[in-house]
Design a protein around this ligand. Structure first.
Ligand code: UDP
Ligand code: MG
Length: 358
């Protein structure tokens, strides 16, 4: 079933106008080769948009020329807000930082490498006007990506849908437009191990897709090597559901059952006098199986306990080291409040620089 056909959300569909302000959030990590293309394409697009727009750039601890290029862009264009994170926090955290700071009524999250064409935003806005709260880009083809990357991406979405989120749309990345109502819900979820796609699917609201062909990167190379992809897949699996925990239980149960059968077999044979060779090898096999099952289960438990430990520390999700932000004072208030929430403190008292503003 397509998400837009879900009966639970159909009644929420209300046609509306364009958003007053559209925020385009882009995490950037070592993209010096892509940035000139991005700046040109995006500036062109923003000038054509039927509504006002701001561009929220999050520099995720880049170590190349991106830092200066982003700063120049933000200095030159008042619509651009730049936040420099204190180190590389990873794509999901950088995206979270940008989403927290976005002040638009609708927010688009996209990559810096132009793999997802920004012009699709125009189609997304039309769906927004129809009343959808989440409009994700669905990739119909993936140009310029290796067979392995395509296969692993295909497998990733199918496995996650089967095991964890039946609602997670397939072949959909983080490129999407989200309404303010949905974004506020996502921003209120301060979990340490984040899988934004899953979180947005979890929140609900009417969701729909616009299709587009995924291009090759304009320049540079992917900062998502196999290691990071596997890590994201694991986070997607264990941050969202106890299914892996249950799997390990089922696995342990099956293996223990095999051990029982083997033991029954040995007893019956010895009673009936069929016992010929001392069953040393079967003993070892069974011991190994049971030992393996126990270790797997403890390992999975450990993963969850590790995550509880991480979450228990209640650290902020990311740290902003500097910014170039000419947002209005009212927006600064919102940003200050979000900073409080991101460090999980209640905004009982506003910081001096904000509370003493006229
Ligand atoms: N990115 C980031 N932090 C990281 C890795 C990537 O902010 O640690 C950004 C990167 O600059 C790009 C986006 O996340 O804008 C997607 O990364 P990439 O294109 O390398 O991933 P792929 O498209 O290959 O999955
Ligand atoms: Mg990319």
């Amino acid at each position: 079933m397509k998400p837009q056909d879900r009966p639970q959300t159909r009644h929420l569909l209300r046609p509306r106008g364009y958003p007053d302000l559209l925020s385009i959030v882009i995490p950037v990590y070592n993209e010096e080769e892509s940035l000139p293309f991005l700046q040109e394409r995006l500036t062109c697009l923003v000038n054509r948009l039927p509504c006002a727009a701001e561009i929220v750039l999050v520099n995720d601890g880049s170590s190349d020329g991106s830092v200066q290029m982003l700063a120049q862009w933000a200095e030159a264009d008042g619509r651009v807000r730049l936040f420099n994170l204190a180190r590389n926090f990873g794509h999901q955290m950088a995206a979270t930082a940008g989403l927290d700071r976005a002040s638009g009524q609708a927010v688009v999250l996209m990559d810096a490498d132009l793999q997802d064409p920004p012009e699709v935003i125009l189609d997304m806005l039309e769906e927004y006007r129809r009343g959808y709260d989440v409009i994700y880009g669905r990739r119909t083809s993936r140009e310029g990506e290796t067979l392995f990357k395509r296969f692993s991406a295909w497998l990733f979405y199918r496995a996650i849908r089967l095991l964890v989120h039946a609602d997670l749309p397939a072949d959909v990345g983080d490129f999407r437009l989200v309404s303010r109502a949905c974004l506020d819900a996502v921003c209120s979820m301060r979990e340490t191990h984040r899988f934004l796609r899953g979180m947005i699917a979890w929140v609900g609201f009417p969701q729909t897709a616009v299709s587009y062909a995924r291009n090759r990167r304009v320049a540079g190379k992917s900062a998502y090597p196999l290691r990071k992809m596997l890590w994201l897949a694991w986070t997607a699996a264990v941050s969202f559901s106890p299914t892996p925990l249950r799997l390990s239980f089922v696995l342990g149960f099956l293996i223990a059952a095999i051990g029982m059968l083997q033991a029954a077999n040995a007893v019956v044979r010895s009673v009936l006098g069929l016992y010929v060779v001392p069953g040393w090898s079967s003993l070892i096999v069974v011991t190994c199986l049971i030992g393996g099952a126990i270790l797997v289960s403890i390992g999975v438990l450990g993963e969850y306990i590790g995550r509880i430990f991480e979450a228990g520390k209640e650290r902020p999700l990311y740290i902003i080291a500097s910014k170039i932000d000419r947002a209005k004072p009212m927006d600064l208030d919102v940003a200050a409040q979000l900073a409080f929430i991101s460090s999980k403190q209640l905004p009982e008292r506003m910081p001096a620089e904000v509370s003493h503003k006229p």
